[in-house]
Design a protein around this ligand. Structure first.
Ligand SMILES: [Zn+2]
Ligand SMILES: [Zn+2]
Ligand SMILES: [Zn+2]
Length: 366
């Protein structure tokens, strides 16, 4: 249920509870401001991040600028990583994505100290670096844990998931992310390669809510060649139940015909999704970007749908296990609900096993 608000956003006209512009317009403006920066301005901002690196943990300007530059300009973080390391700062781990081999080796040296006090942070920082030396070190630490392992909740292999890779006991590594990333922004709706929030005929067997294809991706479009689907990949969900269900699995075909794998519901499900909500979700003009966007686009600061690339996790990185082949599934797409339905919270994550043509969907929110 949405409350009646008395004011209207000065940009988009949406009803809001205060004078000025709405949250959605504010973060959109912010994204566009970062995107409009030229290389000199980017360079100046990197310098400013470096000189103020000790304030990044305050989640304020430096934090926002770092994410904006990483998400929208795909900056190389090597110098920022050096500055952070010099000050003993290990959060956010993304600072270390492009760390130099020297910084990497110093992080590893600290990690291999049996009395290391910041092992969890170091594992995250290292996991973000795509590097053979780190992969070997993680495998070694998984097999021969150091005393600090008792203070962590999970093994190094789970930290590796944050960095986008999975390894097994034999040391075989595979990537959990697609390198190519696209976004969907409001457009004219002419480009039909990707569609979000289409209403379906069927209704949910648990709550009775009308189902939607939360995404429909045209696998024949060159931009989705990485999906290896010879037709439309449809992703149906119950927009009501998805929020209360831990994981929902979907089997997809190549003709746009996908089925939600039946599951038992552990509680009685009420439908909180109104007719008006469904209409709003289906009435968007979101259009796939012509060109790929940076891999970390989702963490730039705006709420946007991303397909491929790296998600911005609301909570911890979460990777489902394929029910057919038991492999760790790969991240496919993330959809902040607020994009489809104004005022809603949380993000839908979609993962895929292209071998078994299976999807896993789950919801995270703060
Ligand atoms: Zn607005
Ligand atoms: Zn339902
Ligand atoms: Zn599988």
């Amino acid at each position: 249920m949405k409350m009646k608000m008395s004011n209207q956003c000065e940009k988009c006209g949406e009803s809001i509870g205060f004078k000025g512009i709405c949250y959605r317009c504010r973060i959109k403006n912010q994204r566009e401001a970062y995107q409009a920066m030229n290389s000199e301005e980017v360079e100046k901002m990197i310098e400013s991040i470096i000189s103020n690196i000790e304030t990044i943990g305050e989640w304020d300007q430096v934090y926002q600028d770092f994410n904006g530059l990483l998400g929208y300009h795909d900056i190389n973080t090597a110098r920022i990583a050096q500055a952070a390391f010099d000050k003993g700062i290990f959060f956010p781990a993304k600072l270390y994505r492009d760390a130099s081999p020297e910084v990497r080796d110093q992080l590893l040296a600290r990690l291999f100290d049996p009395a290391c006090e910041v092992a969890g942070h170091l594992l995250l920082c290292l996991a973000l670096q795509d590097d053979e030396v780190i992969k070997e070190a993680f495998l070694r630490l998984e097999k021969n844990p150091l005393p600090w392992r008792n203070k962590l909740y999970v093994n190094p292999s789970v930290y590796a998931h944050h960095g986008g890779w999975h390894f097994d006991e034999q040391g075989n590594c595979n990537s959990l992310y697609f390198n190519r990333c696209y976004t969907m922004l409001p457009g004219d709706g002419v480009d039909q390669a990707a569609k979000a929030g289409q209403l379906l005929e069927q209704h949910c067997s648990h709550c009775g809510c009308q189902l939607i294809d939360v995404l429909r991706l045209d696998g024949l479009d060159e931009r989705f060649s990485f999906l290896a689907v010879d037709g439309v990949l449809a992703i149906p969900i119950c927009p009501n139940c998805i929020i209360y269900t831990e994981e929902t699995f979907v089997r997809y075909g190549e003709n746009g015909r996908s089925v939600i794998i039946p599951y038992e519901s552990s509680f009685e499900t009420k439908n909180y999704c109104s007719e008006a909500d469904l209409l709003e979700m289906s009435r968007n003009q979101l259009t796939l970007s012509d060109e790929p966007v940076p891999k970390y686009y989702a963490s730039g600061g705006d709420e946007v749908i991303t397909i491929g690339g790296w998600p911005d996790w609301v909570q911890d990185a979460q990777f489902a296990t394929c029910p057919d082949c038991s492999q760790t599934m790969k991240f496919l797409a993330a959809l902040p609900w607020n994009v489809l339905l104004d005022g809603s919270e949380g993000t839908l994550y979609i993962e895929i096993c292209t071998d078994c043509r299976t999807l896993c969907l789950f919801h995270q929110q703060t």
